[in-house]
Design a binder for this molecule. Structure first.
Ligand code: GLC
Length: 532
């Protein structure tokens, strides 16, 4: 494992959706004991740390992102002892564990909110964002929920509205209240004492709201398409400058632990100039801030290169980029980026492993697992259910891990019904790919091993190499060149001499390159450069 305080920048991290990874008790739902039993797969792959999607008790209106107790474990997933055992199992294998912290909102069944509903002077009333109706009646302002409709819900008995930027059963916390800040400090300490290595912080950019609750302005056609979809520019309901004080406070608390703990933010902003400030001065806020501009970009050379070079240019020198192609909200790279074209999946995975920055794989990426088409009517995802929009159904990227093609897929018991359906088990599973040296799984494992062997690939500088349109090439340190052809014609990249360390077409591993590297459609290679 990378050193105790640099695993998050030198290592390869892996996101696990606990309900969908491995089921130890045959109820069709993945659990912590199931993950523990599969840690050897991650160790074999070369993973340095895992991020677990929410593990805390929750009514599951938003599958764990509606927390009812921040210091427990969801009974579907196991017990606190199971979590301790998982942390210990990871430690034995040199892997860190990041949990998911959900500080923007609680479940409406959290004891704080249950109390807040009892009256305007309730002990925890001010833990949440309450406001009187607008002068003529109706919601206090124009803020919209990310999941559709107004972000305000009237609580008739007390005559005030409470804010919910997501579901009405996910009331937003009031981060202007010092007691909320203190309560979260205690939550951080509680889990740090149990050996948790840090956090992925849910809607990290959104926790502090405008104190005056000013209206959000309308989007314009200059806004990123994903922002336009939201209808309003979230400049008052989210993205307030005061969020940085909270991040500094958490960083201080996390740095004061031995070893220091890491903070990874879900910084859902679609403009690099808004993203960079989440790193603060480089060492006083987030360690890693997820780059959604990159996630939402097409798998297209010029677009991705521009984003990556923007990060290279703008990031404070102590900071470190992070790249991912899949997650539990945005979908899976094998479908989104690669449109089920295996060549594109392979080249995308090579890109993630070879950029200067921490790669996060999402469970299943290592076998090129595609999304599973599902309709909105039967969706378990509240967003699909509320909107009726199948294109917003996040179930498609949360289906069970495909370990084998046996009944139960190696995920659950043969006679159990998994909580979400499997995709095509025979076409894509871990067991079959382990037997096949040419598989995506072996490609990912070999890419990780190559990173581990060569400091240049972990921490070497990024320097662009000129490449023809549709291709993208860069140097990592002095030792390596990476060249990717992200288009469907041939491409030749000049100025590369050495030996192919790994190519997406494994038949080219070991090939000598003298001055120019020729790449077929959607082909990539990492070349170990010869000196001089
Ligand atoms: C984040 C999570 C998403 C969840 C939302 C509300 O965006 O990643 O899954 O629905 O927050 O908590």
């Amino acid at each position: 494992m990378a050193a105790a305080d640099t695993w998050w920048r030198e290592g390869v991290l892996y996101q696990i959706y606990p309900r969908s990874f491995a089921d130890s008790d045959g109820d069709g739902i993945g659990d912590l004991r199931g993950i523990l039993a599969r840690l050897d797969h991650l160790a074999w792959l070369g993973i340095d740390g895992i991020w677990l999607n929410p593990t805390m008790p929750s009514p599951n209106d938003d599958w764990g992102y509606d927390v009812s107790d921040y210091c427990g474990v969801h009974p579907d997933l196991g017990t606190l002892d199971d979590l301790d055992a998982l942390v210990a199992g990871c430690r034995e294998r040199g892997m860190a564990v990041l949990l998911d912290l959900v500080p923007n909102h609680t479940s409406d069944r959290h004891a704080w909110f249950v109390d807040a509903l009892t009256g305007r002077d309730a002990r925890h009333r001010d833990y949440y964002v309450w406001a009187d109706p607008a002068p003529g009646g109706g919601p206090p302002n124009n803020w919209l929920s990310n999941f559709g409709g107004s972000a305000w819900q009237l609580h008739e008995p007390t005559g005030q509205y409470y804010l919910n930027n997501f579901l009405p059963s996910q009331p937003d916390l009031n981060w202007w209240n010092d007691e909320v800040r203190d309560a979260f400090d205690e939550i951080l300490r509680f889990w740090y004492a149990r050996g948790v290595a840090g956090w992925r912080i849910d809607v990290c950019h959104a926790i502090v709201k405008d104190r005056e609750l000013r209206d959000d302005p309308a989007v314009t056609e200059d806004d990123h398409p994903e922002v336009q979809k939201l209808g309003l520019r979230r400049v008052f309901s989210m993205n307030r400058p005061e969020v940085h004080e909270v991040l500094q406070r958490w960083r201080e608390l996390s740095d004061a632990h031995d070893p220091p703990r890491a903070l990874v933010g879900e910084t859902y902003v679609l403009d690099l100039d808004q993203l960079i400030p989440y790193y603060g001065k480089g060492d006083d806020q987030l360690h890693l801030a997820f780059n959604f501009l990159f996630v939402h970009a097409q798998l297209e050379a010029e677009t991705l290169r521009t984003i990556v070079e923007g990060v290279e240019e703008k990031l404070p020198h102590l900071s470190w980029p992070v790249y991912t192609g899949s997650n539990h909200d945005a979908g899976r790279l094998a479908t989104r980026w690669a449109a089920d074209d295996g060549r594109r999946t392979r080249v995308a995975l090579m890109m993630l492993m070879a950029l200067r920055g921490t790669p996060f794989l999402y469970y299943g990426d290592e076998i090129g697992l595609p999304e599973v088409p599902l309709d909105a009517e039967t969706a378990l995802d509240p967003v699909a259910r509320r909107t009726g929009d199948a294109s917003r159904n996040r179930d498609v990227c949360r289906t069970p891990m495909q370990w084998s093609d046996e009944p139960g897929g190696g995920f659950t018991a043969a006679d159990a019904t998994p909580w979400l359906p499997f995709g095509d088990l025979a076409a894509c599973n871990v067991a079959a790919q382990r037997e096949d040296r040419g598989s995506v799984l072996h490609l990912v494992r070999d890419l990780i091993a190559l990173r581990k062997r060569h400091a240049d690939l972990r921490s070497g500088a990024y320097e662009r190499i000129e490449a023809p349109g549709g291709a993208w090439a860069w140097r990592r340190g002095d030792g390596f060149a990476v060249a990717l052809n992200l288009a469907d014609g041939e491409a030749a990249v000049d100025g590369i001499t050495g030996r192919v360390a790994i190519a997406t077409d494994r038949g080219r591993d070991g090939e000598d390159v003298a001055g120019a590297l020729r790449l077929g459609p959607y082909e990539g290679a990492i070349v170990e450069l010869s000196g001089g």
